[in-house]
Ligand binder design. Structure first.
Ligand code: HEM
Length: 398
């Protein structure tokens, strides 16, 4: 049996027992403690270690953008490959090397490319709503809607065949399940690597018009196949796991607050700020680690070179210093939340995620104005063991 206490994303991502959306009482208590308290932290690659908890809005923002605090994953060529120990895994790089790789990807995430994707996303949304309507009333929103929409979009964007979705969705679910034994993780990553290496080889020969192909066309001589594999796997996972959990959990949060749901459904002006508010309120990315590369001060607190920091976007985004009352308020004027991170590693896919959420969430509520849970709330299962918070299945009816 997995040691749940060690593998749960603890405690900077922990949610309240009474509400699976909001920070747990002990996380709020950490934020109220002076200084940057030391906490035990389990890391899927490095095992057990101590970290300084960074939970206040101003501190999290300062740490994200501090030049002497980096990701410092120190990819180890002798250790078995994992997503985190793989060239091209952007989140593991610092400084000029990070910038070199990030620029290649950012150059392909153009406004034009995203704008062109817009109609395709709306078509994907409509097709999935039609299919739900035809087979309903009643569906599990995760496999019927929340997962396939971002999966199709990221396949389209990258040039990955959607026919392979069952395999890559399974592999990324294993990768993000911190309870799986190490050996299973290594074998899983080997399969993931082999798949992407084959795709990269095909794209080298025929780049096509996807994003990875564009990186090859523009920077083919400056980037290795191994780095392209890391890019591809990071984008494939980041591209569908995050947005799909936002669609399902965002729907659930609105179902739990019927007046707010009605406002998002009925008033097109409310939808865009509501998406921003849901991103803040849910802060689904709970795994945000950093390491000091020199002795530094954060808000007057000394962090020694080499110390690990565990950042909580969830606690920061619920900090009364940022939002006053941190409860969900879809009418809130958008605030500068940290759900996409901040600084050098700030999410490269955030505009795409916004486009997808704005297309998927309001359209679902409008197509099924009577949308409601098909099971008692207490029966729902949450992704306790994942660096990305979400609901594993969401039975709904209409
Ligand atoms: C609602 C959806 C999403 C959320 C909440 C989210 C959140 C985040 C966060 C918090 C980070 C920073 C992590 C850190 O600093 O350690 C990040 C980085 C990143 N995200 Fe997203 N993300 C989302 C969607 C996407 C999508 C759709 C893509 C790609 C198509 C994407 C690609 C990336 C990449 C490549 C990075 C790494 C950037 C770097 O290291 O320079 N994300 N994301």
């Amino acid at each position: 049996m997995p040691d749940t206490q060690h593998h749960t994303v603890l405690p900077t991502g922990r949610r309240a027992d009474r509400c699976p959306f909001e920070p747990a009482a002990e996380l709020t208590a950490l934020r109220e403690q002076p200084g940057l308290p030391r906490i035990p932290r389990y890391h899927p690659f490095f095992g057990e270690r101590e970290a300084r908890a960074v939970t206040r809005y101003a501190d999290v923002r300062a740490v994200f953008s501090h030049e002497d605090i980096g990701a410092d994953l120190n990819a180890d060529p002798d250790a078995p490959r994992t997503l985190f120990n793989q060239p091209g895994f952007l989140l593991g790089y610092d400084g000029p090397e990070h910038l070199r790789l990030r620029r290649m990807l950012a150059g392909a995430f153009t406004v034009r490319r995203l704008r062109e994707l817009g109609p395709a996303i709306e078509k994907i949304v409509d097709e999935h709503l039609d299919a739900m309507e035809a087979s309903g009333p009643g569906a599990d929103l995760v496999p019927a809607y929340a997962l396939p929409i971002p999966s199709l979009v990221i396949c389209d964007l990258l040039g990955v065949p959607y026919a392979d979705r069952a395999d890559f969705q399974h592999r990324s679910a294993v990768l993000l399940d911190a309870t799986r034994p190490e050996q299973e993780q290594f074998a899983n990553y080997a399969a993931m690597h082999a798949y992407m290496a084959e795709l990269v080889a095909r794209l080298r020969a025929e780049p096509g018009d996807g994003l990875l192909g564009e990186v090859i066309l523009e920077h083919g001589d400056e980037i290795t196949d191994d780095e392209l594999v890391g890019f591809g796997n990071l984008l494939l996972i980041a591209g569908h796991e995050t947005t799909s959990n936002m669609i399902a959990l965002g729907t659930l949060a609105l179902l739990s607050s019927p007046d707010q749901l009605a406002a998002v459904r009925d008033d097109p002006e409310v939808a865009p700020p509501a998406i921003e508010e849901l991103l803040r309120y849910l802060s689904i990315v709970t795994y945000l680690d950093r390491r000091a590369t020199a002795d530094v001060d954060v808000d007057g607190h000394r962090i020694a070179s080499g110390e690990w920091l565990s950042l909580s976007a969830l606690a920061a985004n619920h900090d009364p210093a940022l939002v006053g009352d941190p409860g969900l308020d879809v009418h809130r004027k958008p605030v500068a939340h940290l759900a996409f991170g901040f600084g050098a590693h700030q999410c490269l896919g955030q505009q795409l995620a916004r486009i997808e959420l704005k297309a998927a969430l309001p359209a679902l509520l409008r197509r099924f104005p009577e949308l409601r849970l098909a099971v008692p709330f207490e029966q729902l299962q949450f992704r306790t063991f994942s660096p990305i918070h979400g609901v594993t299945s969401l039975p709904v009816t209409w």
